[in-house]
Design a protein. Structure first.
Length: 387
């Protein structure tokens, strides 16, 4: 052990092939232990990983098949040439630092460390809450260009792959997210250039493809809004003269829909495009407002004494002939029921206003549910099956 460490302490600050024309190669493997949170408001996600780094350094020599470094020895080594693009991160050091290193006789080094990081995840919320998001974890060489250091994904079928078998990115099967489901994880290679003067930097990119679970939003948003819209339809079954009840019901549903829409958007970032949930909430608000507007029309119709423009004030007007005393006796004759014939005619027209108002309520009982059903069918087919 001492022989291996003494040979490495003097050379640990330079790449294994620093004086060699070919770049050194570091192989990377990720084991995802946790995905704690995916936050739409801040557009980031928190992930816990076991980072595996493997490379060959012929400068290390020892006569054992495998050596294990102590934690204090691992802490003394510098690994600042590999950088993970993140918002914040930390090493795990409960009881002891969660990192280890193995040295193989052939000069192969395997370094493992446990990390927790909050990574940026730009999201497209146009299909929210039917959206599918792709979040990235970027690992790159920070101190050396690709002329000196190359990063590549670990081939776990090669020797010294006794840590994990399978793909270079492994997600723990026990991970369960409250709102998302991890559908796929892909490993890609890339190159980044920060400045033309310093050349390209080798990098690796892990893609986490996630699909949002819709059932939470069904219970918290869609079902309540459907019930609120249906509640507004009760107004069509009340009598035309139930003014206080119909006004209270209409205002209650409009205010409830407005409050629900505000609460939904409070947890989301302020984006400049229309989301799927905005289309739903806005349409539901239009339906409950239309129900309130329908009552206003019905109320006006029921109070009109004539569809043709007659008014009650004409009934009590006195003719000029009657004022002069020359009105024939026949014009003052009352029918058997005690009302002038003109008054009876006006009363018949007044009844027609109530009839038309009632007809409008009857039509609305069918028209509103049918239109809302067509909207729901179109909405779900469009957003559920939209790529």
């Amino acid at each position: 052990m001492r022989l291996a460490l003494d040979s490495y302490d003097d050379l640990k600050t330079a790449p294994p092939l620093y004086d060699h024309p070919d770049p050194a190669t570091i192989q990377v493997l990720l084991y995802v232990t946790s995905i704690d949170a995916v936050n739409e408001a801040s557009m980031d996600f928190t992930v816990g990983i076991l980072l595996h780094l493997r490379w060959v350094d012929k400068r290390i020599y020892h006569d054992k098949a495998k050596l294990y470094f102590e934690n204090n020895r691992v802490e003394s080594l510098d690994f600042d040439s590999e950088n993970i693009k993140k918002k914040k991160g930390s090493f795990h050091d409960i009881m002891t630092h969660n990192q280890m290193m193995r040295l193989y006789k052939e000069g192969t080094i395997l370094y493992i460390s446990r990390l927790s990081m909050t990574l940026s995840c730009p999201m497209d919320l146009m299909n929210y809450p039917f959206d599918k998001q792709t979040c990235y974890l970027l690992i790159m060489s920070f101190g050396y260009s690709d002329a000196d250091l190359i990063l590549e994904w670990m081939n776990t079928t090669e020797p010294f792959s006794d840590v994990l078998d399978g793909q270079p990115i492994v997600v723990d099967e026990s991970i369960v997210l409250p709102q998302f489901e991890v559908k796929d994880v892909k490993a890609n290679t890339c190159n980044k250039r920060y400045h033309q003067k310093y050349g390209n930097h080798s990098c690796l990119q892990a893609e986490f493809h996630m699909s949002r679970n819709i059932w939470f939003y069904m219970v918290q948003m869609y079902v309540p809004s459907i019930l609120i819209v249906m509640l507004s339809w009760i107004s069509f079954w009340l009598t035309v003269n139930s003014v206080p009840g119909r006004i209270s019901l209409g205002l209650l549903t409009v205010l409830t829909m407005t409050t629900q829409s505000s609460s939904v958007n409070a947890a989301l970032p302020r984006v400049s495009y229309t989301k799927a949930i905005d289309v739903w909430m806005s349409t539901c608000l239009v339906f409950v407002f239309a129900a309130l507007l329908e009552f206003a029309i019905v109320n006006v119709l029921s109070r009109k004494d004539s569809i043709r423009g007659f008014s009650f004030r004409h009934i009590f007007s006195v003719s000029k002939d009657y004022e002069g005393g020359d009105t024939p006796a026949t014009e003052m004759t009352l029918p058997l029921d005690g009302y002038p014939e003109e008054v009876q005619k006006k009363r018949r027209f007044a009844k027609k206003g109530i009839v038309y108002a009632t007809y409008l309520d009857i039509v609305s009982r069918i028209f509103f549910p049918v239109c809302f059903g067509i909207f729901m069918l179109t909405y779900w087919l469009y957003y559920v099956y939209r790529d």
